[in-house]
Ligand binder design. Structure first.
Ligand SMILES: [Zn+2]
Length: 363
């Protein structure tokens, strides 16, 4: 471990030691302490989270979750940067989500452009200067460019799809009447087939107990697959994923685990939970509504509508995801049907692919 002559090293070690034990193991704690004491201060100023993940030898999602705990404890600050799509200049002024607007003006070339949360808004972390004062050499644009070229930036949209961000920073929001453009997101809707009959057969309390267990399963599956639980509507769950294949993998895990739950609870066939899932991929706008992140647009409507056409125990997907799936060759043993539907509120007919995955297949 590098030694910063007593007080600085001790301040950092003490601050890391104070982090909540349940989110960070002793091993990671040591690596994090070493990283925050690193000699090269450029690594700690507007640092790319993927570079930090490499230092901590952890996956990106786990690293982001740890950085959010550090943010909450005041060890680091989170920067929302906006890169101009024309001149490439980076606006470092936004200090939080509330500083972002539907349209952004580049401070360098004065271009006004829609704020694109996927391609232009990026998040970085800096060490809080109360822990360690970084010298002027920490601010090295050339160094950051080299790191970004190697690892790729972490988008603002990725941060918005982290459940931990929503849970730990509920006040962080896109301002009212403003929205961010999302170029590509996978929106997943689930619902339970025949839940009205389930409530009438089992009674409200017993049926809801079952529905609650299904919610808990689905919430953790969405989180494990890098997705955000946007909201629940009745027995339905809406999730958002920045990587479309993550949404599909989550849907498969949902079917698998609901089947396990049915078995575990030894439910009679007529009481078994049957999940309907629909996924669409495309652009959306991201807003904060009723203090929570939400998405609006045709992709959201399509995902909700195609979920409603599912028979249960299948995954209804649009052409956008089906193309990606075919290309990945994951689906070669799966049952696959296609039907075209006219969907309410959508002008053109929509080709829907219904896939029934082999639940034992390793993905
Ligand atoms: Zn510019």
């Amino acid at each position: 471990m590098l030694n910063f002559g007593g007080s600085r090293g001790q301040t950092i070690a003490k601050a890391v030691a104070g982090l909540r034990a349940e989110v960070i193991t002793a091993n990671v704690r040591d690596r994090l302490t070493n990283f925050l004491q690193i000699e090269d201060s450029r690594e700690l100023y507007h640092a790319n989270p993927r570079r930090i993940a490499a230092h901590l030898q952890l996956p990106e999602r786990e690293t982001l979750n740890i950085l959010l705990v550090c943010l909450q404890a005041g060890l680091v600050v989170l920067n929302w940067e906006v890169q101009c799509p024309v001149c490439g200049g980076i606006d470092f002024n936004p200090k939080s989500l509330i500083d972002l607007r539907t349209y952004h003006t580049c401070p360098a070339c004065h271009l006004v452009h829609a704020t694109d949360a996927d391609n232009q808004v990026r998040v970085t972390f800096s060490l809080d200067d109360r822990l360690r004062k970084l010298g002027s050499e920490a601010d090295d644009p050339q160094f950051r460019q080299t790191i970004d070229a190697k690892y790729g930036a972490v988008s603002g949209h990725r941060m918005l799809t982290l459940n931990a961000f929503r849970d730990l920073f509920p006040r962080e929001r896109v301002p009212p009447n403003e929205s961010l453009l999302v170029r590509r997101v996978a929106i997943l809707f689930t619902d339970l087939a025949g839940s009205t009959a389930l409530y009438s057969r089992r009674g409200d309390a017993r049926a809801y107990n079952l529905v609650r267990q299904h919610f808990n399963l689905l919430f953790s599956i969405v989180d494990e697959h890098n997705g955000l639980v946007v909201k629940t509507i009745g027995d339905a769950v809406m999730g958002a994923f920045t990587v479309p294949m993550d949404a599909l993998r989550a849907a498969i895990a949902m079917h698998r685990q609901i089947a396990h739950l049915n078995q575990e609870l030894k439910l009679a066939p007529e009481d078994c939970l049957i999940l309907k899932v629909g996924i669409d991929v495309g652009p959306c706008i991201s807003v904060t509504l009723n203090d929570r992140p939400d998405y609006f647009g045709l992709t959201v409507n399509t995902a909700a509508r195609i979920q409603a056409t599912s028979q249960g125990n299948d995954i209804a997907v649009t052409e956008a995801l089906a193309d990606e799936l075919t290309a990945s060759s994951l689906a070669k043993d799966w049952t696959w049907q296609r039907r075209t539907h006219m969907l309410k509120g959508i002008d053109d007919p929509v080709l829907v692919h219904y896939i029934q995955p082999v639940l034992t297949a390793a993905l």
